[in-house]
Design a binder for this molecule. Structure first.
Ligand SMILES: [Fe+2]
Length: 286
């Protein structure tokens, strides 16, 4: 299975001046079986930004494109509805015990908002089967309405865990906007809860974005004898700070000992793009 990982598209005011058509051609030149997009599709969660992001994602020719929501995508009371309208129409997982939830602004006040869906978190479970291998893609919403820091609701993780136990799959991956392993000025506030969840479900690979900086880290739990790799990719198409490249990752033969990780850096001269490719890890070193 070949996985292509993009993140932080930032349509709207933080979107770059690069040529999106040229970028799509480059992405589509890789024979990806699964494209994963780890959030911040927009700059401010606005309707027109979601429309543009949705349009761009529709231009990806891969049959399986899975996107999650980021903190920038959740900056207003309708943002979660726009995500559903323009990015992903799948059924959202609701916590089985809503009264026990503690996450801020998880529910909007029904009596004072016109919003149709008052539950603001977007968590999904998706199965993708390629060449007889079924992968469970666990999509966790780490974002808090109006805030840049991340927080994952424990009650939602419990509900998701119960669902996962009833599912059949060969491998699983976790998509989350905030990093579990790397902190920044707006970090995930409860990363250990996620690390336990990853260990509990034997998830080998976690994919995230948010910081616009690439780091690939492996974490080992010495007590439980388990480990996972976290792929944190930089921004695909935002106006970055000086020195930060735009980029995406391409994982060739993912899930096998033949895994090869390609880092594709995107260089911009005016609106014209050029690309450089780097092989990060060679066969058999996993
Ligand atoms: Fe972010």
């Amino acid at each position: 299975m070949n996985i292509l990982h993009i993140s932080d598209l930032h349509f709207g005011t933080r979107h770059w001046n690069g040529n999106d058509e040229m970028l799509l051609d480059k992405i589509n030149s890789y024979p990806a079986d699964l494209v994963i997009n780890t959030g911040d599709n927009t700059s401010d969660g606005l309707k027109n930004e979601y429309q543009e992001a949705g349009q761009f994602l529709k231009g990806i020719t891969c049959e399986n494109v899975i996107s999650i929501i980021g903190n920038h995508d959740k900056r207003n009371m309708q943002a979660h509805e726009y995500f559903k309208q323009y990015i992903d129409q799948d059924e959202i997982i609701q916590p089985s015990k809503p009264k026990l939830t503690t996450k801020k602004n998880l529910y909007l006040q029904r009596d004072i908002t016109k919003t149709e869906n008052h539950f603001t978190d977007l968590n999904y479970l998706k199965l993708v089967t390629i060449d007889n291998m079924t992968v469970l893609v666990i999509c966790i919403d780490s974002n808090i309405l109006y805030q840049d820091e991340g927080f994952v609701e424990a009650e939602i993780l419990k509900t998701i865990s119960a669902k996962i136990k009833r599912m059949k799959y060969d491998k699983s991956i976790l998509l989350i906007h905030h990093s579990i392993l790397v902190g920044d000025i707006t970090p995930l506030l409860n990363p250990l809860l996620l690390a336990d969840f990853v260990q509990k479900h034997h998830i080998e690979d976690v994919f995230c974005g948010h910081t616009h900086v690439m780091t690939l880290r492996k974490s080992t739990d010495l007590y439980h004898h388990s480990s996972f790799t976290q792929y944190m990719v930089g921004s695909l198409s935002s106006s970055n700070r000086m020195g930060d490249d735009n980029m995406f990752l391409y994982l060739e033969n993912w899930g096998t000992s033949e895994l090869q990780i390609h880092l594709i850096r995107i260089h911009r001269d005016g609106d014209v793009l050029s690309f450089t490719e780097e092989l990060i890890r060679k066969t058999g070193t996993r």
